[in-house]
Design a protein around this ligand. Structure first.
Ligand code: MOS
Length: 699
């Protein structure tokens, strides 16, 4: 099934490069008002009063709305699509940054200017609780991915009998998604029909939540989101500004657009919560694991329990006869966290793969050898066969590409001038999320083929993937295919989240294209356009739905990778640079090698941010994230990224999808932080268990 596939240059690339691609904030509509949000300056309390007079009199201002002016909305019916506590429905403040008033004006600048003139008085203000001071509780409710606790075998006995026991506590920081494009919503009403021009990862989810909130039939809500300037998870949930734009448009009888400010992206769009994790490994002298224990606690909001399932990947990663994982949260006064690129396994594998490095060092076993020695034949918890698991090959290929065999085992053994060089590695794994999707494929007599699916292009390159799928099935050139997406009027597709789109939407397009091919075959053989012309038909189409429930049951289905990093640590200054990184991945069939490679480079960059740069400090006295800007919250730039070598092993997983493909978008962001931390240990002899690794950790 493997074919040499040179890859397809993004069909959506030229429009993006030339500025022809329109993003949500580029859209305007006659009579539209620009709204700006007034946000709470306290973390917990009540709005005692809002003085709107000065703002209302400011130039261009059409209205200043508070919770008293908005219609009462119904909470979402299908969590976890949105927050169960909606903003501006009453006087309560649940977190700093929560919208408490809204100014609508003729221009965005006038609205923003008037925001500063709104005076909000607060009552019953309480100090925010911060991570580390709350009670550790079992997460409950719809935000949860899996059972919080799992135990296999007698772990305590296995630890008591183990030759070596490693135990460490690891911490990951609060992080923000920080897409280039801030979230933007333009909403307008025509009678009881609501149309929203949004910037989201799931138009169908937005439609469901808005329909529920306003008590409308689903088909009265129309959501459009043609191009999205990055999401990384923050645009996967429905946030307050989306509901507020629609509510304000209803009250004011005019279209209303809200563009979140960069600062509001730090409170109004989710974040990855800090975690505190403990890993205990028990092993024999020859490095065979007998006990794996992993506990994780994360910061959460009060209203909805969000568990960062850092223990997820630990359940299938290594062969062990005993295992115990536990997931807890602390309910705190902060904005609602949500998934952020490589949720769960991203923070979790930092801890597990750091601990594995500590074990390798303790035993004097090469870190790659230690992983190979603990490869399970079947899922260590469920006993299920793996749908595919080419991790061995990822490890072996990665070691070869990196030149790992030349690594001296002892730390501080590769000095180079002022620098200490270190080599570290880690394994990557990610769960396989699959969502049902529908698609339509139409052949036209003029030779064009149109692929239509209500999916989203958030930068991953899905239009190119769908083009290749349809081209392969129909035997037509990719250049003859147009892909339409980002409209709820198109066949419903899953969210662009959980690295799921290629499997879900790709399989739906595959099914629709096959159905169309069968219909065309009835007309004869030859190019679709000739068949249609000969039959006197303008076009012929087929629509199909793919449901993941039809395949993969009873199998342990995940993606894998091996990451090798070289760091240079300035011995005097403690500055860490990643000079090179090798990532080898096994994630099913790779549909478009060009964009797949880009995804993994992006993921490695993302992982470097986690390792060395990204941290949102939650200031306890102010009860807020301290730096709501990209000067105080540092993300990687080109100069931070060394030589990155990405490759994929031959893999084909027919159980994950009929394409043989799995998901890749988040896998690249996993394992990198541990590989870097392990490389820092190899360079310096200093084990940093707290991300991001700071200069002061190394001095
Ligand atoms: Mo992703 S963090 O599932 O958008």
């Amino acid at each position: 099934m493997t074919t040499v596939n040179p890859g397809l240059v993004r069909p959506d690339g030229p429009a993006k490069l030339t500025g022809a691609a329109r993003y949500s904030a580029d859209h305007t509509i006659g009579g539209m008002l620009h709204a700006a949000l007034v946000t709470a300056t306290v973390a917990r309390g009540r709005v005692a009063g809002v003085d709107t007079a000065e703002a209302a009199a400011a130039p261009g201002v059409a209205a200043v709305l508070t919770h008293r002016d908005l219609p009462r909305l119904s909470p979402p019916p299908v969590p976890p699509l949105a927050h169960s506590v909606l903003a501006m429905q009453d006087d309560r403040v649940h977190y700093e940054g929560q919208p408490v008033a809204l100014v609508a004006a003729a221009t965005r600048e006038q609205a923003q200017q008037a925001v500063g003139l709104v005076r909000v008085r607060y009552a019953d203000v309480e100090t925010a609780t911060v991570f580390g001071t709350g009670d550790e509780v079992i997460p409950d409710g719809p935000y949860n991915l899996a059972e919080p606790d799992l135990a296999v075998g007698d772990l305590d006995a296995a630890l008591a009998a183990a030759d070596v026991v490693i135990r460490g506590t690891y911490r990951t920081a609060d992080r923000h998604h920080s897409p280039i494009e801030p979230s933007t919503t333009l909403a307008w009403w025509e009678g009881d029909q609501l149309t929203v021009q949004d910037s989201v990862q799931g138009i169908s989810a937005v439609r469901l939540v808005l329909a529920a909130a306003f008590g409308l039939p689903t088909d009265h809500v129309h959501v459009s989101s043609p191009f999205v300037g990055g999401g990384f998870g923050c645009k996967g949930y429905v946030h307050p500004h989306q509901l507020l734009a629609a509510a304000a448009a209803r009250v004011l009888g005019r279209p209303v657009q809200i563009v979140l400010t960069r600062a509001q992206m730090f409170t109004g769009c989710g974040h990855q919560p800090a975690t505190r994790q403990t890993v205990t490994l028990g092993a024999s002298r020859d490095g065979r694991l007998a006990a794996v224990e992993h506990t994780s606690v994360n910061a959460a909001a009060r209203a909805d329990d969000y568990a960062e399932f850092a223990t997820a990947g630990t359940r299938w990663l290594y062969a062990t006869s005993t295992l115990r994982v536990r997931t807890r949260i602390e309910r705190l006064d902060r904005p609602q966290p949500n998934p952020m690129r490589a949720p769960h396994e991203g923070p979790g594998l930092f801890a597990v793969e750091s601990a594995m490095d500590e074990l390798a060092h303790e035993l004097g076993i090469d870190p790659v050898t230690l992983r190979l020695r603990n490869e399970p034949d079947t899922d260590p918890v469920t006993g299920e066969p793996f749908s595919s698991r080419p991790l061995r090959q990822c490890l072996q290929d990665g070691a070869r590409r990196f030149g790992w065999a030349a690594r001296p085992p002892q730390p501080r053994s590769m000095p180079e001038g002022h620098d200490l060089i270190g080599w570290g590695m880690a394994v990557a794994t990610m769960d396989t999320f699959r969502f049902p999707s529908s698609a339509r494929v139409r052949a036209e007599a003029d030779g064009r083929v149109v692929v239509e699916a209500g999916t989203q292009e958030i930068g991953t390159g899905i239009p190119g993937v769908l083009t290749l799928v349809a081209a392969e099935v129909l035997g037509v050139p990719p250049g003859s295919i147009d892909v339409r997406f980002g409209e709820t009027s198109l066949p419903e597709a899953g969210m662009t989240a959980g690295s799921s789109a290629t499997m879900g939407v790709g399989s739906a397009v595959h099914a629709a294209a096959r159905e169309l091919r069968d219909k065309l075959a009835v007309l004869g053989s030859g190019p679709p356009s000739e068949l249609l012309s000969a039959a006197g038909m303008a076009s012929l189409e087929a629509e199909a739905r793919w449901d993941p429930a039809e395949s993969g049951a009873g199998l342990s289905m995940h993606t894998y990778g091996a990451v090798f990093a070289e760091v240079k640590v300035d011995a005097d200054l403690g500055v860490v640079r990643m000079s090179r990184c090798v990532g080898v991945y096994g994630a099913g069939r790779i549909m478009n090698p060009l964009t797949a490679r880009s995804q993994m480079i992006g993921g490695i960059t993302w992982g470097l941010g986690q390792a060395l740069l990204e941290q949102s400090v939650f200031e306890p006295n102010l009860g807020r994230f301290l730096s709501k800007n990209l000067a105080g919250y540092v993300i990687p730039a080109n100069a931070d990224i060394g030589d990155v070598d990405v490759s994929f092993v031959d893999d084909h997983d027919p159980h994950a999808s009929p394409l043989g493909a799995k998901g890749i978008g988040e896998l690249g962001a996993v394992g990198v932080s541990a590989a870097i931390a392990n490389a820092v240990f190899h360079a310096t002899g200093i084990r940093v268990r707290d991300l991001p690794i700071a200069i002061e950790d190394l001095l």
